[in-house]
Structures are given as C-alpha cells and as structure tokens.
Write a protein that binds this ligand. Structure first.
Ligand SMILES: *Cc1c(COP(=O)(O)O)cnc(C)c1O
Length: 401
C-alpha cells in the first residue's frame, strides 16, 4: 500500500475540510485505483513465522487481525481525524457501540459520571440504567445550566458526557464552559456530536477530550449502513479505549467503513445544503405552530451560543403541535417527507419521538427532556426547500393549523 499525500499530516493539516473530506487518509494499492479499495478480510498472511511473531510483539507495523486493524477502516479513521482535528480515531459498528465503549473503557466501578439530561434515547438508558449496574454512579443535569455541571462534581467524577444540540429537544450546551468545569474536576469530557457533524461543530476546539459519533446519521447520510466513531488523543485511544475495545470487539465492518468513507466526500456539500434548507423551512414555519425550535432562529433561547460554537443552525427542527393525535395526523398527511426515525439523510424525515425513538424512556424523564406528546422532529434533507415547505404546509392545513 502506498500512502498518498492524504496521509501526510504536515500536508493535510493545511487543507480545508472539503479537501480533507475528499482526499484525506487515502491509501492506494499497486493498481493505482482512484476510488479507495475495500479490504474485506478478517486476517492477514505473513511471509514467514518470525514476521508473524514480530507483528504480534508489535515490532513490525503490519496488521494482524481486523478486530484490531484493517486498511479500509484505517483510511476512514484518518479522514475523520482530519475533519475533527483529532490525533486518533477508531470506527465502531454503531453509534451506540461508540458511546458505550468510550464511556465503559474510561470508567470503573466506584467512578462517577455527570451527563447532560437531553440525550439520545439509548444514551440516556446507558447513563441511567446500564452504567449503574456496573457500579458507576451517574448524575444527570440540565446541560444548559453551567452551574449545574459544577454542582454535580464529586471527588470521584471521572467523566462528563453531553450532546449538543440535543436529540430531539435541541438544547444547546456551552461546550467551552462545561469542558473547563470538567477539566477542573479531572474529568474526561465526552461529546456526542452526531447532530452537528464536524462540518458545523468541532467540539475539540472548545476543549472536549473525546468526540463520539453515530456515523449512521449525517456521515452516511443516505440511510444505508450503521456505523460509529470515537476520536481522542493518541494516548487515550491506545491506552484506554483500545485496552477494552481490542477484547470486546465493537469494530466496524470494512464494507460499512468504505461506504462511510465515500460518503464523507460529499459531507461538506450535503451538510451545508441541508443546513440552508433547514433555515429556510424554519423561517417559513416560524409563528405558524404553537411552538417551533430551531437553533438558528432568533426565537431559539440559545441562538447566540449556537452561533458561537456552530457554523450554522443545524439540520434538525423540532415542531410542537397540541397532542399525539394531531402529531400523528400531521405525519399521516405528509406526501413528500417520510415518516422515519433516522436523521441526517438526504431525504427529509419526520418522527414522533414520544411514540418511537424515546418510547422506552420513562414519561417523567421524557418530560424533563422536553419531549411532549405533541413534539415532532424534522430532519431536513437535500430536496428543494420549496417542496419541503409545500409538503409541510399541506400537512399543517390537514390538521387544522
Ligand atoms: C442515532 C444516535 C446515536 C446512536 O447511533 P446508532 O448508530 O443508531 O447506534 C447516538 N447519539 C445520537 C445523538 C444519535 O442521533
């Protein structure tokens, strides 16, 4: 394998994100292929017995087993490092594999975790139910309230975990302020950046130590594969994350890695277009519904903070109608937008979180997260914004709005 200039950080760090997303991390075989190859291999063969032994001792840089290393995964990991400004990355089978391994590799029984309350449904279950089963104490705070993070610290606090903007309530957390408080307590600051993507927000520039993704969402962006990624310092990825992951095996399939790798070539284009579409849709509907939340709108309570740490309002809008009946009626009246719980897709998708993504979250917790029976989450896609607005207009009229 030949390393292209996309592998030379002295060169790639001078590139802009759109260039990094197209050319970063490319390895080329002797065939000189332009599109990166897929290495669907579980293992590797060695020229002789001593070479095999040397690779297992870590003295030879070659690969040994695809649970640990794979050329296709490596290309994707390098590309993601460049987009995030991170030293090291490991890709995972799903976003939840990324979140759970990032937290469980760092925490042990007796440790304490502080998390923002507005989290993706399964992340909330991880924090509230699964980690405590292993003796990890957790405290959940209103992520928007910086003082709440400070008050929640304990001598054994080892990690802060947050999502911003949050799913689906679009709470925005001040990453820089919370990271300072976390570091003061000696905690690792972990940010789930699935909603913004590295195009709109780079949490490490505000002090986050670890950034984790569901690459299933905006990174794939075409609804094909499940994937995740964890990014951090070389030291943390090697000594902490891989110390667990090499034995528990959350690794991504090379086929899915290749799909995501190719998707990243259009990430900058897609995210900027979806962001512009979302801003147009939010502006067109503002004032038409009982309530609408979009971090890029002047009416969003945290618009200034959003604009300080993101380069756009994002691609997700939360719409609030009266109740579940009206919300389901609106979904059923849509002709263009699909009823689907994925997000970040090229197709506009809408879901009713209380009866789908967050149905397994207890009602009291849902209410605390701002998920009402009348809430709908819209992921704005790549269609012409005029067609998206027309579809919503028709559906709103159908339910009397
Ligand atoms: C979807 C999602 C996850 C989980 O990712 P999967 O790929 O579905 O496992 C985690 N966090 C956020 C914010 C998400 O949107």
């Amino acid at each position: 394998m030949k390393r292209t200039t996309g592998y030379d950080r002295a060169v790639t760090s001078t590139w802009h994100p759109a260039t990094q997303a197209v050319r970063g991390g490319t390895l080329r075989s002797d065939f000189g292929e332009t599109s990166e190859a897929i290495f669907l291999t579980s293992g590797y063969a060695y020229d002789n017995a001593e070479e095999a032994a040397a690779r297992f001792r870590g003295e030879h840089p070659g690969m040994t087993y695809s649970r640990l290393q794979n050329p296709t995964n490596m290309m994707l990991e390098e590309r993601l490092c460049l987009l995030e400004g991170a030293e090291a990355c490991r890709v995972t089978a799903t976003g939840m594999a990324a979140m759970s391994t990032a937290l469980m590799s760092h925490l042990s029984a007796g440790d304490h975790l502080v998390a923002g309350r507005a989290l993706f449904g399964s992340c909330r279950i991880l924090v509230d139910t699964i980690l405590p089963r292993f003796g990890i104490h957790t405290t959940v705070v209103d992520g928007r309230d910086t003082d709440a993070w400070a008050k929640a610290r304990r001598p054994n606090t080892k990690a802060f975990f947050l999502e911003t903007p949050s799913n689906p309530g679009l709470d925005v957390v001040d990453i820089a302020a919370v990271a300072d408080i976390g570091h003061d307590a000696g905690a690792l600051v972990v940010v789930d950046n699935a909603f913004a993507s590295p195009i709109l927000q780079q949490p490490m520039t505000f002090g986050a130590d670890v950034v984790a993704y569901s690459a299933t969402k905006t990174m794939d962006g075409q609804g094909r594969v499940l994937a995740g990624a964890v990014l951090g310092s070389e030291k943390w990825i090697t000594d902490t994350y891989m110390a667990m992951a090499r034995h528990t095996g959350p690794v991504l399939s090379p086929f899915a890695a290749w799909v995501i790798h190719k998707s990243l070539e259009t990430l900058d284009l897609r995210v900027r277009r979806m962001d512009a579409n979302a801003a147009a849709v939010a502006a067109a509907l503002d004032g038409r519904l009982p309530r609408l939340l979009y971090p890029g709108l002047a009416s969003h309570p945290q618009r200034d903070l959003t604009m300080r740490q993101m380069s756009g309002g994002g691609t997700i809008i939360a719409l609030f109608v009266e109740d579940r009946r009206q919300a389901h009626g609106l979904l059923d009246a849509l002709q263009l937008i699909d009823i689907s719980n994925n997000l970040g897709d090229s197709r506009s998708l809408m879901t009713h979180p209380a009866s789908t993504t967050h149905a397994s979250v207890p009602v009291a917790v849902r209410e605390e997260m701002g998920i009402t029976e009348g809430m709908l989450r819209l992921s704005v896609g790549l269609e012409d914004s005029r067609d998206i607005i027309a579809d919503l207009d028709r559906a709103l009229v159908a339910v009397g709005l």
